[in-house]
Design a protein around this ligand. Structure first.
Ligand code: ADP
Ligand code: ASP
Ligand code: MG
Length: 604
């Protein structure tokens, strides 16, 4: 007999008839000999309706009262589904998060799960009952037993956390689409179903805007090696499996909080080429990386930060053996960059090559949404007097380019700070999985704003100061980019750092940093809300030259200007103007041949 946790999303329990259909499915699964714990969301869009009610009273409701309000939605659906099961003569019982013992931090609206007490669940399961649990909610561990919620879309996280705590055989997420698709079918109906995706790919996708799974649910599945499947409530098709690597042993205590970082990576075979003051117009990145790819040079990190006036800087890293070739090529291309695409000439462009760098990175599924982690890395490097030359982040990794001579010290200190066994230092090797195309899916995030901190003194400790201040204010930062250009201001070298945050948090971030402007010594800070982030994801892209070039070319052909670029081994993200977001997603999906012949129509 298998123990299975199933989660049904809002659309799947949106009406009484649908709740009855879900009850039928559950009963059938029990009859096949399984023990079931069911997690449900609030019916249809009822959580949005509750948010709207609150907004009619106040534009700034207290987070505590919001949790009190929003947690009621799930309580309605657990009771109705349990009644529907009982009508089918299937023994069942409904339990709220508090009744189950889903213990969380006392952090309203985004609480992380600390522990799930399984005794009561186990007792009901032993009595042959289906246990129907309210998703999205928990109870604080403090004496006050406060009701908390996990954040919008958090029922997925409740389900996987329950599955991990009960050591279930698998967790099934039932939703309104057939599984995980190459992109959001509401924007691109030709999106195709993937029958399998790696947890790392899914983590990136979920954090980059694919709302089909809550990123924290993927994090838990990956950390505990929980088999996870996403499938449709409307069919019996097998859906998409999310496949995790062999997990390292970890405790269920502090479930979502323990150990955010599980690896330190060092790459000393790195060299950097920077092109400064290149023209800022569509086609330039495509031109540059197209020619680099044609020459067979594999590019690792690519960083393009915010631009100043009408020029940009782009820096990229390559293996040391490719440096001479890459430098010669860059010098040859630089004066003509932009000319071929009808841009102004680039006579001031400079090319700089550097063969004294190395890359250190921390990785781990728990980095997402935990603002203090990057800050801790920057602080630890700064404490050792190590200057960070470039920063590029993905959802599950923070990479820093530093001086090669300081690399051993950097990795030693990072292993110590993040409690990583230094014998497990990893060097990534190219993915040899030939079954899948290099790019598997694309995502669009329209909820982000960009914050640019300008002219920060180029000294160790500055990035740490900035991101510690943001962490203190609980602001979750995703893409961080530190530009290449070093500018002299009043005889002092300065750099810019840009990052993206949720739109609702941009002003708080700005105010928090402005409050310490004298301490950090930067000159200015600017917010841009009119941006969108488009990303391509695929674990086969590492070691496949030309992928980024193809992306840039597709955007250039659609006349879309790229404002920022950040890469990791398995993704490339570009920030573009908000109005270009949907068009960008469509052309990229098409360019990488991800479209299928049949159109997907999500249930509504
Ligand atoms: P539920 O209420 O079942 O949790 P959600 O609305 O949270 O459902 O998630 C399902 C939705 O996610 C789909 O209807 C789809 O519009 C959206 N989505 C975005 N990206 C993807 C993707 N790559 N694959 C599948 N669905 C996606
Ligand atoms: N009902 C909550 C929401 O709408 C949680 C969820 O559906 O996962 O965000
Ligand atoms: Mg959801």
């Amino acid at each position: 007999m298998a123990l299975v946790v199933q989660k049904y999303g809002g659309t799947s329990v949106g009406t009484v008839a649908r709740i009855q259909a879900v009850a039928q499915r559950i009963k059938k699964t029990v009859q096949q000999g399984n023990s079931l714990v069911i997690v449900v969301s609030a019916m249809g869009k009822s959580t949005d309706v509750l948010v709207d009610l609150a907004q009619q009273i106040t534009t700034s409701p207290s987070r505590r009262e919001m949790d009190m309000l929003l947690s009621t939605g799930e309580q309605v659906s657990i009771a109705l589904l349990t009644m529907a099961l009982q009508e089918l003569e299937q023994p069942a019982v409904s339990l709220t998060g508090a009744q189950v013992g889903i213990v969380t931090e006392a952090d309203y609206s985004r609480a992380r799960i600390l522990q799930i007490k399984t005794e009561r669940l186990q007792k009901h399961l032993n009595q042959g009952e289906v246990v129907v649990v309210a998703g999205f909610q928990g109870i604080s561990s403090s004496e006050d037993l406060e009701i908390t919620t996990l954040g919008r879309g958090g029922s997925d996280t409740s389900a996987v956390a329950l599955a991990a705590s009960l050591q279930a055989d698998r967790c099934e997420i039932y939703t309104d689409v057939p599984g995980i698709l190459t992109t959001d079918p509401r924007i691109v109906p030709e999106a195709q179903l993937m029958n399998m995706i790696t947890a790392d790919e899914m983590l990136e996708l979920a954090s980059l805007g694919a709302s089909v799974l809550h990123p924290r649910a993927v994090e838990i599945a990956r950390n505990f090696g929980m088999p996870l499947v996403v499938l449709s409530s409307w069919s019996d098709a097998p859906g998409t499996r999310v496949v995790s690597p062999e997990p390292k042993p970890r405790s269920l205590e502090g479930l979502e909080l323990a150990k955010a970082v599980d690896g330190v990576e060092v790459d000393i075979d790195q060299a950097k080429v920077a092109l400064l003051k290149i023209p800022d117009c569509p086609g330039v990145a495509a031109d540059l990386f197209g020619q680099v790819a044609e020459a067979g040079v594999d590019v690792d990190l690519i960083i393009q930060s915010i631009h100043e006036s009408n020029t940009n800087d782009i820096a990229f890293t390559v293996a040391q053996r490719d440096l001479d070739k890459a430098e010669a090529l860059a010098k040859q291309i630089a004066p003509k960059l932009g000319v071929t695409v009808g841009c102004q000439d680039s006579e001031n462009t400079e090319v700089r090559a550097d063969n004294t760098i190395a890359k250190v990175a921390i990785s781990g599924a728990g980095i997402i949404g935990r603002p203090g982690i990057a800050a801790k890395m920057f602080q630890s490097l700064s404490d050792e007097g190590i200057n960070i030359q470039m920063i590029s982040t993905s959802e599950v990794k923070v990479s820093c380019v530093i001086d090669r001579s300081q690399c051993d010290r950097a990795s030693e200190i990072l292993c110590q700070v993040f409690d990583i066994d230094s014998s497990s230092l990893v060097a990534k090797s190219p993915n040899t999985d030939v079954d899948h195309p290099a790019v598997r899916s694309v995502a669009l995030d329209r909820d982000k704003a960009r914050v640019a901190v300008l002219q920060i003194p180029d000294q160790p400790g500055k990035a740490a100061q900035i991101f510690s201040a943001l962490a203190l204010n609980n602001i979750s930062v995703d893409t961080i980019i530190q530009s290449q250009r070093c500018r002299e201001v009043d005889g002092q070298a300065t750099r810019d750092i840009a990052f993206t945050v949720a739109q609702g948090e941009a002003q708080v971030a700005k105010d928090a940093l402005k409050a310490i402007i004298n301490e950090i010594g930067f000159r200015d800070i600017a917010i841009d809300n009119a941006i969108a982030k488009v990303s391509i994801v695929g674990s086969g892209m590492f070691g496949t030259p030309g992928i980024a070039a193809k992306l840039f070319k597709a955007l250039a052909q659609a006349q879309i200007n790229i404002q920022m670029i950040a890469t990791s081994e398995i993704k490339v993200s570009c920030v573009v103007a908000e109005d270009d977001g949907i068009k960008a997603l469509k052309v990229i999906h098409e360019t990488f041949g991800l479209a299928g012949n049949t159109k997907i129509q999500p249930e509504s």
